[in-house]
Design a protein around this ligand. Structure first.
Ligand SMILES: Nc1ncnc2c1ncn2[C@@H]1O[C@H](COP(=O)(O)OP(=O)(O)OP(=O)(O)O)[C@@H](O)[C@H]1O
Ligand SMILES: [Mg+2]
Length: 342
């Protein structure tokens, strides 16, 4: 069973002067226990899509099924019950300012009719889970952004959700705090077997935590797949633009030794070891790195390097062929821009 199944979703906002089609024919399945990313430019429909998963927005067409229950068919009461099993966190936390940390976390428990004593125990457990023991009696205004998001996460987990929806949950946080919130989400996800769906415009966030990613553009889902596949071989122009936006320096690289400037992108086994030097040695050519890094996609090595290759042109060609055979994506820079492959 999939955790989430969206079938032919359309969403038209018709409240204003002009109707806006925010989603068009979106079909998407998300497996249980995955960390799933949704990316796209501003206005692409990411938040609308996320809010359709728990029917905060009701699609104008299509069906939404979460953990085997077709939410779009449910009567209000039953929907309310199912919705309690879908947690959600937001960019600006949405905490009750006049309630303490403990009361914020207890809020969904109270709504669900959990007895006071039991709720207290649960709140203590949740605050420990998110690392906020000792902060029970504080008010949101006394907390840092990262601590506020921890409260929001504890609250979202109060009713043991199977699914956690995150809308730009780290976008208001500095890089270190972002890191610690992502670590928390990863550990909670692993511990509780949660399915997490995360909307973000930050590619570094996607790169760190997501197993799969969907790319939205103008209300349509234009690309979807395992993270490494989408990052190494983006199929859609919008995906390429989003990936490049995270690395503006790469666009400015020019040859310095009269060689061929090449962008090499690869993940997993293909990104391990001194693969550039090996290809150069086997073809009696030379390679020097102009820009880039080898870091990680989730737990896999991921290389994105701009290099200059020098030597006899047919041999350089042969070296690049070797890399391609190994599973690297190769783009060659020419005056008019990057050209794919060989
Ligand atoms: N409540 C609403 N009423 C009318 N139009 C809306 C409403 N919410 C969103 N829209 C429109 O729907 C489209 C998709 O919006 P959405 O908020 O889903 O985009 P997004 O990808 O989340 O953008 P961002 O990255 O800026 O958050 C946009 O054109 C937006 O203006
Ligand atoms: Mg949004």
């Amino acid at each position: 069973m999939h955790a989430i199944e969206l079938e032919s979703i359309e969403k038209i906002y018709s409240g204003g002067k002009q109707a806006v089609k925010a989603l068009e024919d979106v079909t998407l399945r998300i497996e249980q226990g995955q960390f799933y990313g949704i990316i796209g430019q501003s206005g692409a429909g990411k938040s609308t899509l996320l809010r359709c998963i728990n029917l905060l927005e009701r699609p104008t067409r299509g069906t939404v099924t979460v953990m085997g229950k077709r939410l779009t068919d449910l009567a209000p009461r039953a929907l309310q019950r199912e919705r309690a099993r879908i947690g959600m966190i937001f960019q600006h936390f949405h905490l009750l300012q006049s309630a303490t940390v403990a009361d914020n976390v207890a809020f969904p428990l109270r709504l669900a009719g959990v007895p006071r004593r039991q709720a207290q125990v649960r709140v203590a457990e949740l605050l420990e889970l998110v690392g906020l023991e000792g902060h029970e009696a504080k008010y949101p205004a006394q907390l840092s952004g990262g601590q506020k998001q921890r409260v929001a996460i504890a609250r979202a987990l109060a009713n043991d959700p199977a699914v956690l929806l995150c809308d730009e949950a780290t976008s208001a946080l500095d890089p270190n705090t972002t890191q610690s919130i992502l670590d928390l989400l990863l550990s909670i996800q692993a511990r509780l077997g949660l399915t997490v769906v995360m909307v973000t415009h930050e590619m570094a966030v996607v790169q760190r935590v997501c197993d799969r990613v969907a790319v939205m553009d103008h209300g349509r889902l234009v690309e979807e797949g395992p993270l490494a596949q989408v990052f190494v071989s983006p199929q859609h122009e919008v995906t390429r633009t989003l990936l490049q936006a995270g690395d503006p320096e790469a666009q400015r690289v020019r040859p310095v030794r009269g060689g061929t400037v090449v962008r090499v992108v690869c993940a997993g086994a293909a990104a391990q070891g001194p693969f550039l030097q090996e290809a150069a040695a086997r073809t009696s050519t030379e390679v020097s790195i102009l820009h880039g890094s080898v870091d990680r996609i989730k737990d896999e090595p991921f290389a994105r390097l701009t290099v200059e290759w020098t030597g006899d042109p047919p041999r350089v060609h042969q070296a690049l062929n070797l890399l391609q055979t190994r599973g690297c994506r190769i783009d060659i820079w020419q005056e008019e821009g990057w050209r794919c492959a060989l």
